[in-house]
Each structure stands twice: as structure tokens, then as C-alpha cells.
Design a protein around this ligand. Structure first.
Ligand SMILES: Cc1cc2nc3c(=O)[nH]c(=O)nc-3n(C[C@H](O)[C@H](O)[C@H](O)COP(=O)(O)OP(=O)(O)OC[C@H]3O[C@@H](n4cnc5c(N)ncnc54)[C@H](O)[C@@H]3O)c2cc1C
Length: 501
């Protein structure tokens, strides 16, 4: 008998979502991630959970409606990670006409009819704070609702839930060989140790590595030359906060691309995106100076506060396998390939797509295996992610309750912690009475208690796992704090490893 029903290569959003779905349906699952969870494209998304307004321009009405319904699902199952926001589109005469934007937004409201977020409105920006940070004399802007999400924490908490349902999650475990017969035999190099596991079915969810893993690990005919697909890079920049409102600004750049500028981790603004074809090693995806300049120029056309290249505090880039634009499918759906046969154990290949539709993609992928296994019904739309067992409309109450219970928490710190951990915050702060009870401090916000929790429960092994994927505290962490954190984690590793649970 095989060790597992399903082995998954790749710990990005697609891989962990499939692990969660399958484990919850009763399959014995193992997930192999060569580095850290979410370290690939899944931590470089535009962080939107949305219907995709631009989809209306492409007449993808049914897709927009399905994504808007999915937006409601995310608010229900991840109320800590997913934040409703007001989006603002300043209207400009040289760009898409105001009547067109207005009619799209009315349709957007109609398609989201069952949702609970406020509908769109027209705003006179000369008398509204939306207009304060804007450079050009816009007369009108349109406001509508959508959501933003912490993409890398979504990956990690999905993996935590998969593990709680029995999935084995192995980070630092590179799959080097997968031999196919009636079952799969996988060779992995797990933190330097060679291991072999067997599984009845395999998922290749390796994003930008999909083709190379197919060719060199699975020894399958290479899908590299398949004209329907390509590999693309997406990039964004982070600058100091450019505006005081909580809005996400959507600009129609002169080349008609939509550019987003969103509040990011309280003191910063995330501006994106640029995307283009990618060649090279997906482990090293860097943003070119031309792309950084493009986004700075786009922001400078709209915001009063100018930004230059030197003001960019971080670039965020990732690569993934994507649908070619000529393909009739929507890029946001991603792709699911399925192959099986006599003496050929099932192989699923899943890549691309956006965050909003990732749960549906995982559900569809796992459902393809129903002829092979007895499994329970679809379930992920109804069950909250860890810590998300509260209504999204109560988020601010949860922040207030955290401050009342742990009086040493400042408002911003409480908000960050509730966003990251939801109701599981009590497992970190327990009965601490003052900050000193939480162990050593690393920078202004991070404590030993939080780091210990992340190492024990969320597979954090290195400082970057904590500073960039389980939080974004890397943005404000001073060099001394970073050094102390590295020493703390190195000393704590054997005791706190997730694998030692
Ligand atoms: C061009 C582009 C546009 C995008 N547009 C959007 C958008 O509009 N909206 C949106 O929400 N998101 C967007 N995204 C991001 C989107 O979030 C991701 O594509 C999505 O999260 C799915 O990622 P994934 O799981 O397929 O891949 P990844 O997150 O890259 O995960 C693949 C994982 O496989 C691992 N791996 C590779 N080889 C091996 C091996 N041999 N053994 C073990 N592990 C291995 C890698 O380390 C990596 O962690 C875009 C991304 C790109 C690149």
C-alpha cells in the first residue's frame, strides 16, 4: 500500500489549497516544498480578493460574478486575513470615459447582488478626502468595494489547516525524482536527507517550475513548447505611505493599464503591477530598473507626493506559468491538467490563476480524483481558516477585545496581531500581563513568544520566513533586531521545529 493517497509538489497557494481540500475530504496527503511556504509567486500577488472590474471590459460577466461570490466566501472563512476596502478610481477625460466607468460599476454592484459590501458611488473629489493626495485636478472619482488579502499568510494558514486535518507538510524538502507506475515513488532531499515516499496520485503545483519539474523530476514529455502557456513575471514596488485615506486607488495609466496603489502594512503603499514574459531561474526573480521607473512615473502622474527610484523601499516580484493572452481561457482561472491511464497513476498539473479563485481551483482539482478514491463532499467554502472563527464585520470588535485583554498592546499592534492570527492570538499571548512576559523583543513589534509560535506551528525556520512571509515586519526591523532574531531562531531550532511536534 502506498504511504499516501496524494503527494503534492509545491507549497504555493495552489499546492497548499489542494492539500487542505484533499486532507479535509479524508485523503492521506503529503506536501513537499523545496523552500518556504509561499516563497514563490504566491507572495507576489497584487493582494486583491475581487471580482475584477477589468473583467467587465473583456465581457467576462459570468467569471466576474463567480469571483464576486468567492469574495464573499473569503470574507466568511478568512475574516482576519481579508479586509473589505473602498477602491477609488479618479476619472480623467483622456482615459476611459466617466459614463463607461459608471456603467461598469453599476453592473459590478448588480453582479455582487448577494454580497454585503457597500455599493459604488460617485464622489466630487474637490470636496472629499479621496482628492487630498491627488495631483491632477480631478473633478470626479468613483468609489466601489472590493477586498485586499495578506497573500503569504493566506498560504501559511491554509497549510496550517491542512496539517490540522492530517496532511504532512514538509518545507525544505525538494522533490528530485518521481517515478510513475501504478503508484508514484518520490525521492526527496529533505533538509539534506534523502527520503523516499510513495503515493497513489501526484500533483505538480510548482508554478514557474512546472515545465522543468515535469521534464527533469517526472521525466514526462516537456510541456515547455505548449503554445498555450508561457512564464510571466509580476512586480510591484513598496514606498513610504503616499496617502492618509484607507482607499485603494485605481488609476488608468496612459497605456490603459490599471495601476493599483494600496495601503500596505500601515506605513507603506504598494504600487503595481507590471507583468511581462519571464526567462531564467524562477528562484531569482528581480524587478528591472525600467519597471520600477514605470511604476514611479505612473504614481507621479496622479499623486501630489513625488516618488523617485531611491524612495522605493522594496520590490516584490514573482514568476508563474500563465496562459498566453491569445488563449480563450481567462488567466485568472489558472490551469488544471489531468492525466492517468493503465499502470499510470493519476497526475494533476495545476498552476497560475489568481488568489480569489484559488479555493475553487483546488476544489476542482481534487474533485478530479473522485473516481479513484472514496472521498467526502466539498467543504472548504464553509469552514474558516485557523483563527477565522468570527464574522468579518466584528473585526474591529476583536481588536478592541484584544486590547482589553492584553492592555499593553497598542492599537496598531493589536490590529496587526488580530489580522495575522485572528482568534489564535490567545495561543501566543496566553496570560501575558506586560510586554516583558513575551520574551525578548526584536525591533519595535516582534517578540520571542510570537517567533516561538511561528516556529512551532507555522514552519518558520529562518528570519526571512518570519519577517517577509508570516509578517511584513522586515519593512521596519532594524539591523540589530534582525541579527538578534537570527541568533534566537538558530538556538531554538531543534526544540521548536514543526517537525518535532
Ligand atoms: C504574471 C503573474 C500574474 C499574476 N496575477 C495575479 C493576479 O492578477 N491576481 C492574483 O491574485 N494573483 C496573481 N498572481 C499571483 C498568484 O497569486 C500566483 O500565481 C498563485 O498564488 C499561484 O501560485 P502557485 O502556487 O501556482 O505557484 P508558487 O507560489 O510559485 O508556488 C510554487 C512552489 O513550488 C515550489 N517548488 C518548485 N519546484 C519544487 C520541487 N522540485 N520540490 C518541491 N517544491 C518545489 C517552489 O519553491 C514554490 O514555492 C500572479 C502571478 C504572476 C506570476
Amino acid at each position: 500500500m502506498a504511504d499516501y493517497d496524494l503527494a503534492i509538489i509545491g507549497g504555493g497557494l495552489n499546492g497548499v489549497s489542494i492539500a487542505r481540500d484533499a486532507a479535509g475530504r479524508g485523503l492521506r496527503v503529503i506536501l513537499l516544498e523545496q523552500g518556504d511556504l509561499g516563497a514563490g509567486a504566491s507572495s507576489a500577488s497584487p493582494r486583491l480578493v475581487h471580482g475584477d472590474l477589468a473583467g467587465l471590459e473583456r465581457r467576462h460577466f459570468l467569471r466576474v460574478r463567480a469571483a464576486l461570490a468567492e469574495r464573499d466566501v473569503w470574507l466568511r472563512i478568512a475574516p482576519h486575513l481579508v479586509r473589505p476596502m473602498r477602491f477609488a478610481i479618479p476619472a480623467h477625460a483622456d482615459e476611459r470615459p466617466a459614463w463607461q466607468l459608471r456603467s461598469w460599476l453599476l453592473l459590478y454592484d448588480r453582479l455582487a447582488a448577494r454580497g454585503h459590501l457597500p455599493g459604488s458611488t460617485t464622489v466630487d473629489v474637490t470636496h472629499h478626502r479621496i482628492g487630498n493626495p491627488l495631483r491632477r485636478p480631478f473633478g470626479t472619482a468613483f468609489e466601489y468595494s472590493d477586498c485586499v488579502v495578506d497573500d503569504s499568510r493566506l498560504v501559511v494558514l491554509t497549510a496550517v489547516d491542512a496539517a490540522a486535518r492530517g496532511a504532512a507538510i514538509r518545507t525544505g524538502a525538494r522533490c528530485t525524482r518521481a517515478e510513475r507506475s501504478e503508484t508514484w515513488r518520490l525521492v526527496t532531499v529533505d533538509r539534506g536527507h534523502r527520503q523516499v515516499v510513495t503515493a497513489r496520485a501526484l500533483v505538480n503545483a510548482t508554478g514557474a517550475w512546472t515545465a522543468s519539474v515535469a521534464e527533469t523530476v517526472l521525466r514526462q514529455p516537456s510541456p515547455q513548447d505548449d503554445a498555450r502557456f508561457g512564464t510571466e513575471q509580476i512586480s510591484q514596488i513598496v514606498v513610504r505611505r503616499l496617502f492618509d485615506t484607507d482607499h485603494v486607488y485605481v488609476f488608468q495609466n496612459i497605456d490603459r493599464r490599471l495601476i493599483f496603489a494600496s495601503p500596505y502594512e500601515r506605513d507603506f503603499t504598494l504600487i503595481g503591477t507590471v507583468r511581462h514574459a519571464f526567462r531564467g531561474d524562477p528562484a531569482i526573480v528581480a524587478m528591472g530598473a525600467g519597471d520600477v521607473a514605470y511604476l514611479c512615473d505612473a504614481a507621479n502622474r496622479y499623486f501630489r507626493e513625488r516618488i523617485e527610484l531611491v524612495d522605493v523601499v522594496r520590490t516584490v516580484s514573482g514568476a508563474n506559468r500563465t496562459m498566453n493572452p491569445a488563449s480563450r481561457r481567462s488567466a485568472r482561472d489558472g490551469a488544471i491538467g489531468f492525466d492517468y491511464g493503465r499502470r499510470k497513476a493519476p497526475l494533476l498539473t495545476v498552476f497560475g490563476g489568481d488568489v480569489t479563485t484559488s479555493r475553487l481551483r483546488a476544489e476542482a482539482a481534487v474533485s478530479k480524483l473522485t473516481p479513484f478514491y472514496p472521498m467526502s463532499a466539498r467543504w472548504t467554502a464553509r469552514t474558516p481558516l485557523p483563527g477565522g472563527e468570527f464574522a468579518w464585520s466584528r473585526f474591529e470588535n476583536e481588536v478592541d477585545e484584544a486590547r482589553a485583554r492584553w492592555r499593553f498592546l497598542g492599537e496598531d499592534q493589536a490590529r496587526r496581531l488580530v489580522s495575522a492570527y485572528g482568534l489564535n492570538l490567545k495561543a501566543i499571548l496566553v496570560d501575558a500581563k506586560e510586554r516583558g512576559d513575551l520574551g525578548p523583543a526584536f525591533g519595535p513589534e516582534l517578540t520571542g513568544a510570537e517567533v516561538r509560535y511561528l516556529m512551532r506551528n507555522e514552519w518558520a525556520r529562518f528570519p526571512d520566513d518570519v519577517l517577509w512571509r508570516r509578517s511584513k515586519l522586515g519593512l521596519t526591523m532594524p539591523a540589530a533586531g534582525r541579527k538578534a532574531l537570527a541568533a534566537f531562531m538558530a538556538a531554538a531550532t531543534p526544540e521548536l521545529s514543526c517537525d518535532a511536534r
